[in-house]
Every structure is written in structure tokens, then in C-alpha cells.
Design a protein around this ligand. Structure first.
Ligand SMILES: [Zn+2]
Length: 320
């Protein structure tokens, strides 16, 4: 194993022309395909592309890694990844790592985060807030107006969002119990977007598309079965979720070395243990850092696409 290589894992989600896409709109933060291609060109100019097989072989001491490399990762099993991303990668001879939540793909159940994106796109933030609070008043006796303490948490977690969008996201992801969140999002989606399977068909890759990606040389990994932040699950629930995730991937795509990415970047010792014990061979966080010989294989850093330029400017490469 050569000792000094550094690899930059880049993290992507939506890659689509939001203006031209029926599922574009307000709820989705998308990277435009032209900007995606431009970023690939800049990465290829500065660093050498590697795929999962090579990084995995390097971790096991079976291969050398280029001194300065990058790896492309795509979370959430979004339909963009077959429609837009794979053709752009394959034209350049690049291969990616696609990290998918098996419940959305296999059972065609949209994840709460994506239900929320779809509702924000369909209704806009103001109308969604009003409708959400009205529905919550119907189904729960609790009052859902934010306290002063909530407000300061909203500001620190969602500082990059408009106040209304920040309030909605905080309510859904932090304030409501998982059951109430699922109930209210289910009701709103049924009322405004139609059946869950229809939303899933517009949002997610199918098993066949995953097989095609794998056959073309890309890697399919896990991103939780239910796309829940692991910090919200008990250690036993984390283990069940990780086992279900790799079980379904193996059943539909065959055995292989599969990495994992922690949903919402939510990580702790029990989450690491759960995905290691389940049989994933490595895992990505959302902590921006180079992957190098000192990196923990189950806590590999990643840099979001929008932060790549800044990261490369501010995180010096080790001297050769
Ligand atoms: Zn995700």
C-alpha cells in the first residue's frame, strides 16, 4: 500500500435541469447537468478518477491508489442518476458509487425527506406551511407553533434556508415523532401528489436500473433501508435497518463489496457497528475530509458538490 495518497470523495444528490423538469421547482436543490459536467472536467484536470473497486482494493493492501484522486458518490437512488448522471459519467469513462435506500427502491415507499421536497415543489413554502399546520391540528392535540428555544435551533440547523422553509423542515425532521411525521406527510402527499407509488416512480431508480448501473461498472451501496437518521433509531433498530439494507441489495444485485452512506450523515459508534456487522465493507460520512491511509474505513469523509472548490482551495494536499 502506498502511504501518502489522498482521495476526495464528492457527494451528489439531485442532478437535473430544475427549470425544465416537471419535478424541479422550489423544493429541490439541484445541480444543473452543465455544472455537473463542468465540475467533472475540473476534477479530472486536477486529480485522477478512481472507482470503488480500486479504493476498496487499496484499503485491503491489494492495489496502489494514485497520489491525488477523486471518487464520485450519489446518494438517495434518485432517478436523475440513471437519466442524467450515468450517461455523462460513461461518456468520460468514469464510474460512480450509487448509495440507495432500499425501502424507496424495492418497496416503492418514498422517504419523508423526498415527500417533503415534492410537496415544497408542488405547493410552495407558504402554502405548504399553512396546510401542514392545519393537518397537524386535525390529527394531534399538541400545539406546533415554535417556541423561542425552537427558533434558535431552527436558525442554527437551517441557516441556509428561508425562514418558512426552515420552519417546515425543522417541524418535519426534528419536532414530530416518526409516526406523526409519516402520517401527516402521507396525508398531504395523497391529497396533493397522488399515490405513493406514483411519487416513487417519478423519484427513484428501479431495481432494473440499479442492475444496469452495476453491469456498466458502477457500484451500488446502501444508504439505510428506511432513510432514517441513525441517531433517531435505537442500536437494535440501526442493526435491523442495516441488515435489511444489505440483505435486499444482495438479494437483487448479488454479493459484493458494498459501501454505505449514513442517512443525513447521522453517525455514532452504534451506527458504525451496525453497518459493519451487517456486512457493508466501508461507510461514508458527510464530514468534509480527504480519505487517506489514516482514515477509518467506516468514517470516510466526503465533500458536497457545492463545497468542492472551497475545499480544494482551503485543504492543502500533503506535500509530496
Ligand atoms: Zn439521503
Amino acid at each position: 500500500m502506498n502511504e501518502s495518497p489522498q482521495c476526495l470523495a464528492v457527494m451528489y444528490h439531485y442532478v437535473r435541469d430544475a427549470d425544465a423538469n416537471a419535478d424541479g421547482g422550489d423544493g429541490i436543490v439541484a445541480l444543473h447537468p452543465v455544472d455537473f459536467a463542468g465540475q467533472l472536467d475540473r476534477l479530472c484536470a486536477d486529480l485522477e478518477p478512481v472507482d470503488w473497486q480500486l479504493l476498496d482494493a487499496w484499503y485491503h493492501g491489494r492495489a496502489n491508489l494514485p497520489e491525488r484522486s477523486f471518487l464520485l458518490t450519489f446518494d438517495d437512488g434518485l432517478i436523475d442518476h440513471a437519466d442524467v448522471v450515468a450517461p455523462i459519467l460513461e461518456r468520460r469513462g468514469l464510474r460512480g458509487v450509487f448509495l440507495v435506500s432500499t425501502e424507496s427502491i424495492v418497496e416503492r415507499r418514498p422517504a419523508p425527506a423526498h415527500q417533503l421536497h415534492a410537496l415544497l415543489s408542488a405547493l410552495g413554502a407558504d402554502q405548504l406551511r399553512e396546510t401542514l399546520l392545519a393537518r397537524l391540528a386535525d390529527v394531534s392535540n399538541d400545539r406546533w407553533h415554535l417556541t423561542q428555544a425552537d427558533r434558535s435551533r431552527v436558525d442554527s440547523i437551517y441557516h441556509y434556508e428561508s425562514p418558512v422553509r426552515a420552519e417546515i423542515k425543522y417541524l418535519i425532521h426534528y419536532k414530530l415523532s416518526s409516526d406523526l411525521r409519516d402520517d401527516v406527510l402521507g396525508l398531504l402527499c395523497a391529497a396533493h401528489l397522488g399515490p405513493a407509488t406514483l411519487l416513487a416512480s417519478r423519484w427513484y431508480l428501479t431495481i432494473d436500473q440499479l442492475r444496469d448501473l452495476q453491469s456498466a461498472g458502477h457500484t451500488i451501496g446502501g444508504h439505510g433501508h428506511r432513510h432514517e437518521p441513525y441517531a433517531r433509531l435505537t442500536p437494535i433498530q440501526q442493526q435491523h435497518d442495516a441488515i435489511r439494507s444489505i440483505g435486499l441489495l444482495t438479494e437483487h444485485l448479488g454479493a459484493g463489496s458494498r459501501p454505505f452512506s449514513y442517512p443525513f450523515g447521522s453517525i455514532g459508534d452504534s451506527a458504525v457497528h451496525a453497518c459493519q456487522e451487517a456486512g457493508f465493507t466501508a461507510a461514508f460520512t458527510t464530514v468534509p475530509a480527504w480519505i487517506d491511509a489514516q482514515s477509518d474505513r467506516f468514517r470516510m469523509g466526503r465533500v458536497d458538490t457545492i463545497a468542492v472548490d472551497n475545499f480544494l482551495e482551503t485543504h492543502e494536499l500533503c506535500p509530496r
